[in-house]
Write a protein that binds this ligand. Structure first.
Ligand code: NAD
Ligand code: DAU
Length: 358
């Protein structure tokens, strides 16, 4: 099995999940951008069924060579530029990796399968990991279904939508056995600290402002990362080629609710009253750090996923509820502050505001 983007947040969780729950040899193919690090793969690097290849999914020659050398019957494409804010500041890498890179993964698969017999070609699966953001946003009611028309808002989601169309085209035109999953917001261990949950945890611990875009009423549908990984594996093994599967846990929360919950959990596990950074700012509680800032341009209002298809067809169920998942996540960051420090140093990142488009 080839796992692109396996050195990123969901990828590294999926690699562990696949090594634990299958017999596949897992080859991580990753460019190691700012979002991907071998620090995320330390716990599996000596596993006998694990291998790593540094490569760019937009490099057709390199990808063809990797297919030839590893002869995969499964490919899971996580590799992407994933941060909406960065796509607002600079869309170019999003077009290159998400659009061109996904095309390369498909084209390399098509060429690779030309030399295979019918049975081998029909056993092959390429699962493309996509997002609910391709559907645009919802107002106060309704859910995203697999039949909801694509209406992406940001350069990120537009590049993911384009990639999904190319995946469908390769299925329909060339009969490539592809599957797409469209998931809602993930949270859990190893998320790069540019995204809402980890950036809030780390800024709170250092008594820095907790930036709330707009009025904080935007809603996301949060899923614990392990549940996303189990859904992907189910779709990979039992999903119907040519199909999309939505994945989500029906855990809608406003951004303000998320930030308040993190503040509460930090008060429980690392009280502000005992935090020298908070004392230095003369602040008593983490909630005092909440700061409303200029909104994200084009900010999607609400996401909410109908995951009935994957539940009914494939028997997938999320195992984690939000209360335990978010507490586990906050504790993971508290227990892994060395990882947080190392990854920010390695990537020269200091949690600055991104995505104003200026
Ligand atoms: P991430 O940003 O944490 O990791 C992305 C990984 O892809 C990194 O390891 C990076 O080095 C690698 N990568 C980037 N460009 C590459 C290239 N050109 N060639 C090879 N590798 C490259 O991302 P994530 O949050 O783990 O998301 C993984 C996938 O899941 C993405 O496709 C994303 O669109 C999708 N997704 C994410 C979420 C979420 O909430 N994070 C939700 C739904 C879907
Ligand atoms: O829905 C799935 C998508 O979820 C994935 O496809 C993306 O790859 C992933 O990054 C995520 O996108 P979001 O834009 O929803 O995630 P982010 O963590 O950037 O922001 C979550 C919400 O919090 C969003 O409404 C913007 C807001 N926000 C974000 C940051 C970083 C803030 O208010 N303050 C912040 O500092």
């Amino acid at each position: 099995m080839i796992v692109t983007g396996g050195a990123g947040f969901i990828g590294t969780n999926f690699v562990r999940h696949a090594l634990k729950n299958t017999d596949y040899r897992v080859v991580v193919l990753d460019k190691l951008t700012y979002a991907g690090s071998l620090l995320n793969l330390k716990q599996v690097e000596n596993h006998e069924r694990y291998a790593f290849e540094q490569a760019d999914i937009a490099d057709l020659d390199a990808i063809e060579d990797i297919y030839q050398r590893y002869q995969p019957d499964r490919v899971v494409n996580f590799a992407a530029e994933t941060h909406v804010d960065r796509s607002i500041d600079g869309p170019e890498p999003f077009v290159r990796t998400n659009l061109v890179g996904t095309w390369v993964m498909l084209e390399a698969a098509r060429r690779y399968l030309r030399d295979k017999n019918e049975d081998e070609a029909s056993a092959f699966r390429l699962l493309h990991v996509s997002t609910d953001e391709v559907y645009g946003d919802l107002d106060e009611t309704g859910l995203f279904h697999e039949t909801t028309p694509y209406a992406p808002s940001s350069p990120y989601s537009a590049s993911k939508a384009g990639a999904d169309h190319m995946v469908h085209a390769y299925h329909r035109t060339y009969g490539l056995n592809t599957i797409i999953t469209n998931c809602s917001n993930n949270y859990g261990p190893f998320q790069f600290p540019e995204k809402l949950i980890p950036v809030v945890i780390l800024n709170a611990l250092e008594a820095k402002d907790l930036r709330i875009y707009g009025d904080g009423s935007n809603i996301r549908d949060w899923l614990y990362v392990e549940d996303h990984c189990s859904g992907i594996l189910k779709a990979l093994e039992n999903g119907r080629p040519g199909r999309n599967y939505n994945i989500g846990g029906r855990n809608e929360r406003t951004n303000l609710q998320i930030i308040d919950r993190i503040c509460k959990l930090l008060e429980k596990h690392r009280p502000a009253a005992e935090n020298p950074a908070m004392q230095a700012r003369g602040l008593k509680q983490y909630a005092d750090l909440k700061t409303f800032v200029e909104d994200r341009p084009g900010h999607d209002l609400r996401y909410a996923i109908d995951a009935d298809r994957i539940r009914e067809e494939l028997g997938w169920e999320p195992k984690h509820n939000f209360d335990s998942g978010i507490e586990h996540t906050v504790k993971w960051y508290l227990d892994n502050l060395d990882w947080c420090k190392d990854i920010q140093e390695e990537k020269n990142y200091n949690r600055e505001r991104l995505g104003t488009g200026k």
